[in-house]
Ligand binder design. Structure first.
Ligand SMILES: [Zn+2]
Length: 409
């Protein structure tokens, strides 16, 4: 229930009315620096919370609640080796499923390391207690011929006169070529010293303390669930001095998530030829690149912005490069930040004019577009950038020196 209402909040839409979700939910739930909005993915977060139950069930196995669960549900410590049954409660089935039950991908098991104490809970072949993988994976030939495939460490070894001794049993005699493998296995398992006065426990590899945390579990399963586009640009967007709704617009723009004709076509929404034309020049088909960068009318606006810095260089034609481009006079981070505000105010103003022309009517008026850009920039910079201290008349009469030290005056 929570996720649909979040989607509605983000994309609009009342009641059951369907709206196009412009950007995939997987993308929305990515952290901001990875190109998302940092909205929690409730399903994955729920998994992380359930994982905490599994952690506690194991570590507090002598507590009353754990004992009740274990007697009710066929003993809990082998949770990951069980398949769920229709008779189990929904909660228990969820717990089995999300915590790497046999039907899942064992994500939980990959994140724990066993600390062997008495060895009664650790499965010799199947749990990862020595080396980087479990022994069944490290020694598949030996595992196949083992007669103790499901046995715990305590069932295979024991202290004899203060020394740990293994009693490995095989279904058949070793082949000659298996002898070195067996010796290798023994060397590995003899490298571990057991302390039978301690309980078996888990260490959580994602935290330096070794203790489970919901936060680290969530971050890891989130990172694994989607392919992450690690674009530096997305880290930059959110630091531009501009109001949140405008930053959200920039995020949609760079994610190809605005309803331009090309983006509509990608979602199988096709418009007639007339409606597909750029509303400004009325010649070319409206694409994101065209309406924001390459339309001849829009190009004039950009040239005017660049003239403030006495920088006639042609701007890149692709939206990402266009954003990354810094006019030559820009020398430092603070100046780049101010330029990004100019860039964003220009994009925002162009979009507003484009919508006004389409839905209300009107034509392209360069003068009023540039005036709006100057007003937006000044408002955003004077409220959100502490070092920006120019009056509106100083700014609007000569923006160059207010943007950067080398701007023309
Ligand atoms: Zn055009």
């Amino acid at each position: 229930m929570y996720q649909p209402s979040l989607r509605r909040f983000l994309w609009g839409g009342v009641g059951d009315q369907k709206k196009v979700c412009w950007i995939s939910w997987d993308k929305v739930t990515l952290p901001k620096e990875k190109g998302g909005l940092g909205v929690k993915n409730i399903i994955l977060f729920n998994r992380s919370l359930l994982a905490k139950w599994r952690w506690n069930l194991f570590h507090q196995s002598s507590s009353m609640w754990a004992q009740v669960l274990q007697s009710r549900y066929r003993g809990g410590h082998n949770l990951c080796a069980q398949a769920s049954s229709q008779k189990d409660s929904i909660w228990w089935r969820d717990l089995l499923m999300v915590c790497g039950g046999v039907e899942e991908d064992n994500w939980f098991d990959k994140l724990i390391e066993w600390r062997v104490g008495v060895g009664s809970k650790v499965r010799f072949w199947l749990d990862k207690w020595v080396g980087p993988t479990n022994l069944a994976v490290a020694f598949p030939r030996l595992f196949i011929s083992s007669d103790q495939q499901l046995a715990s460490i305590a069932e295979i070894g024991a202290f004899v006169n203060g020394e740990w001794v293994w009693h490995l049993r095989w279904r058949r005699n070793r082949f000659e070529w298996e002898i070195p493998l067996e010796q290798q296995l023994l060397r590995l398992i003899n490298s571990r010293i057991f302390n039978s006065s301690q309980c078996d426990s888990w260490s959580w590899v994602a935290e330096s303390s070794g203790m489970f945390s919901v936060k680290s579990a969530y971050q890891i399963i989130l990172a694994e669930s989607v392919t992450i586009e690690d674009h530096d640009i997305f880290k930059l967007i959110w630091s531009i001095p501009a109001p949140p709704k405008v930053l959200f617009f920039a995020w949609r723009l760079l994610n190809r998530g605005l309803p331009t004709v090309d983006n509509l076509a990608r979602r199988n929404i096709l418009l007639g030829e007339h409606e597909s034309k750029c509303i400004f020049c009325k010649v070319d088909i409206e694409t994101t690149t065209h309406i924001f960068c390459t339309c001849p009318m829009v190009d004039r606006v950009w040239k005017q912005c660049l003239s403030w810095l006495n920088c006639p260089a042609p701007l890149p034609r692709q939206i990402f490069d266009h954003f990354s481009f810094l006019p030559a006079p820009i020398q430092n981070e603070s100046e780049a930040e101010t330029w990004h505000t100019v860039w964003l105010a220009t994009m925002w103003t162009l979009w507003r004019y484009r919508n006004k022309c389409i839905f209300v009517g009107g034509t392209f008026e360069q003068g009023s577009i540039v005036r709006d850009i100057l007003i937006f920039c000044w408002r955003w910079l004077s409220t959100l950038k502490p070092s920006f201290a120019y009056s509106f008349s100083q700014w609007s009469s000569n923006p160059g020196p207010c943007i950067c030290f080398n701007g023309c005056g």
